[in-house]
Design a protein around this ligand. Structure first.
Ligand SMILES: C[S@@+](CC[C@H](N)C(=O)[O-])C[C@H]1O[C@@H](n2cnc3c(N)ncnc32)[C@H](O)[C@@H]1O
Length: 231
């Protein structure tokens, strides 16, 4: 007797859900996760998995540069696309007063409550980095981890105070091509891209590698750059 395979018996809705697609009953059409606007996408991710505010280990790239961060004398820091605040909490622990911005209301509300609870000098604010501007010459340190928005590069450089430091790390094309991790290509750095991304800044360190990140092997590139004191 011929058997109908499970795949063949799946309804359209099941196939859509299995492939990362969602049917929106109110609109009656199918959209991918990545076609939803980033605010609702990230809000639903954080609502589903919960926000472990300030609890996860900070980014390795920051920990590896702890003495540079300590040596730069504290002051104001900005955590760009801060998520659950793991990096903002780390900077606060090193003595910085940290503005932590993210598009997700869910993440920001959780961080606000936790910062008050723990007496952390972290000031979370909801901000859509694709729509709003960063303040100019305001930060001693800016960190941006696992977030890529190329048209923000110039504003990041301008938001640093003279002498201020930018620490950035995110995923590269090798993450998909060599390791098969699934990140949409527009969120992946090209080979050596960071080296020419900040022409007004002085590059202090740059690494591109396959490395362990949060318990997984990832393709990453990291940059440390400084705004020259005279600029
Ligand atoms: C992969 S998570 C990284 C979080 C954090 N930087 C870390 O290393 O744990 C990406 C973050 O970018 C935020 N995000 C996405 N689009 C954004 C936008 N347009 N403006 C501000 N934040 C955004 C998301 O809400 C999410 O928290």
């Amino acid at each position: 007797m011929a058997r109908t395979s499970h795949t063949a018996r799946r309804t359209q809705h099941e196939r859509a859900a299995a492939g990362g697609l969602k049917r929106l009953p109110e609109f009656g059409h199918i959209v991918t996760e990545h076609h939803r606007d980033p605010r609702s996408r990230w809000n639903s991710r954080f609502a589903q998995r919960g926000v472990s505010a300030f609890q996860d280990a900070p980014a390795t790239w920051l920990v590896e540069h702890r003495s540079l961060l300590l040596g730069s004398g504290g002051g104001r820091a900005l955590d760009v696309a801060c998520g659950n605040g793991r990096n903002a909490g780390y900077l606060a622990g090193l003595g910085y007063e940290v503005d932590a911005v993210d598009i997700s209301d869910v993440a920001i509300e959780a961080l606000r409550a936790a910062a008050i609870d723990r007496g952390l000098k972290v000031y979370p604010r909801r901000m859509d980095l694709e729509q709003e501007r960063l303040p100019v010459a305001s930060y001693n340190v800016i960190v941006q981890i696992n977030y890529l928005q190329r048209d923000l590069f110039e504003s990041l450089a301008h938001a640093l105070k003279p002498g201020g430091l930018l620490l950035l790390e995110t995923f590269t094309r090798a993450d998909g091509e060599e390791l098969g991790n699934r990140v949409p290509p527009r969120f992946l750095l090209e080979h050596q891209e960071l080296l020419s991304a900040f022409p007004d800044l002085e590059v202090l360190d740059h690494v591109e590698a396959l490395a362990e990140r949060s318990g997984r092997r990832r393709g990453v590139a990291g940059l440390i750059a400084r705004r020259p004191a005279g600029l």
